[in-house]
Design a protein around this ligand. Structure first.
Ligand code: PMV
Length: 348
């Protein structure tokens, strides 16, 4: 039986894709499989207070507070999310919800909060459902949370658990699904369990292309079919790379994926150029650093100008020194965030 009222809270991390999700079909079905590292420091905390409403209501009833302040501007996103998941979460109209959410990273830092935010909200809803169905297995709980999060924002389905999460049908992984993310089922060398991600905030403004528009650009894109196939072959190639901890080969795939994502944006209609001069300067300096030191720092990019610098924890000292000496100058107000691989969402 559903409780009359209560409160649930979850903390969910952001994630960074190694093989990128770019292009989708109806109902948030990805056009190609993707894989990501779950992060740790960059996260969203969300609490949901729920109070039973006795009379039938026509619409969803909720208030939304972001970092303590009421934020009507964010309500349409939640409204859309609720509409998409209503048939899977039948109690949504039975409650009034008061949602409080906050991010560990500055809002408009160019770090997307949709993945961590939708993951945390989906987990809160699952915890309410679990109160009515206490016999539900842990597996079901997390899988459905990922399923719901996907309907909020595709990449959010990869922010439920850690540390390497795969999403999207991919034949060599029989348990893979378009509907939710799974923990990568094959051997992963320990070097990746403690990987670091230093996020260089090159440009903190709003993104010039929303991810909805972005995914839409892959419809009828001249290179779409090849790109989707490439994601499958990169995922295949990563299997032995993950097992062996082959960082040289890891870097080739990860950097190529990032540049391909941007190449897709540059060759669509309309076309977009989301890198800034400072983004390019950073990429070149990373290549020089690698050539000069033989270390394994590499970059990846989201659909924006910021750079994620990925490296093994054993090379942290020299890599951070390099960030401070050479890369900080290219960051807006010198801002960067030190993050690392984490183990997924936590109940608070
Ligand atoms: O989850 P969305 O719809 O915001 O799409 C995210 C797309 C990328 O961040 C560019 C790539 C990815 O796989 O996370």
């Amino acid at each position: 039986e559903l409780p009359k009222s209560g409160s649930v809270s979850w903390k969910s991390p952001s994630n960074i894709a190694l093989v990128k999700y770019w292009g989708k079909k109806l109902n948030q079905i990805p056009a190609n499989p993707s894989i990501s590292l779950t992060l740790d420091a960059c996260h969203t905390k969300t609490s949901v207070q729920f109070q039973e409403i006795t009379q039938e209501q026509q619409n969803f009833s909720f208030d939304l507070f972001f970092e303590g302040e009421e934020k009507p501007a964010f309500k349409p996103k939640i409204q859309t999310f609720f509409e998409r998941i209503e048939s899977f979460v039948p109690f949504l109209k039975k409650y009034h919800f008061t949602i409080h959410t906050s991010n560990s990273f500055p809002h408009s830092s160019g770090i997307a909060s949709s993945a961590s935010g939708m993951a945390a909200l989906a987990l809160c809803l699952m915890e309410i459902e679990q109160k009515a169905l206490p016999e539900m297995t842990e597996d079901f709980f997390y899988r459905k949370a990922s399923f719901l999060a996907r309907l909020g924002s595709g990449s959010a389905c990869r922010s439920i658990r850690g540390s390497l999460v795969q999403w999207g049908m991919h034949k060599p992984i029989p348990e893979s699904s378009d509907l939710y993310g799974i923990t990568y089922p094959f051997e992963v060398n320990e070097v990746f369990e403690d990987y670091h991600d230093t996020i260089l905030l090159v440009h903190k403004g709003q993104k010039t292309v929303s991810s909805t528009v972005g995914h839409g650009l892959m419809e009828g894109h001249p290179f779409a079919i090849n790109r989707f196939e490439q994601a499958h072959s990169n995922l295949n190639a990563l299997k032995s790379i993950f097992a062996e901890g082959n960082l040289a080969e890891f870097i080739k795939i990860v950097e190529s994926e990032a540049l391909t994502l941007h190449a897709m944006m540059m060759t669509s209609h309309p076309y977009f150029l989301l890198m800034k001069p400072d983004t390019l300067a950073i990429l070149e300096k990373i290549w020089n650093f690698r050539r000069e030191t033989g270390l394994h720092a590499c970059f990846t990019l989201d659909a924006g100008a910021n750079v994620h610098l990925l490296y093994p924890s054993s090379q942290k000292e020299r890599t951070i020194q390099f960030v401070q000496d050479e890369l900080v100058a290219h960051c807006e107000n010198g801002h960067y965030i030190c993050d690392r691989v984490g183990n997924g969402s936590k109940r608070l």
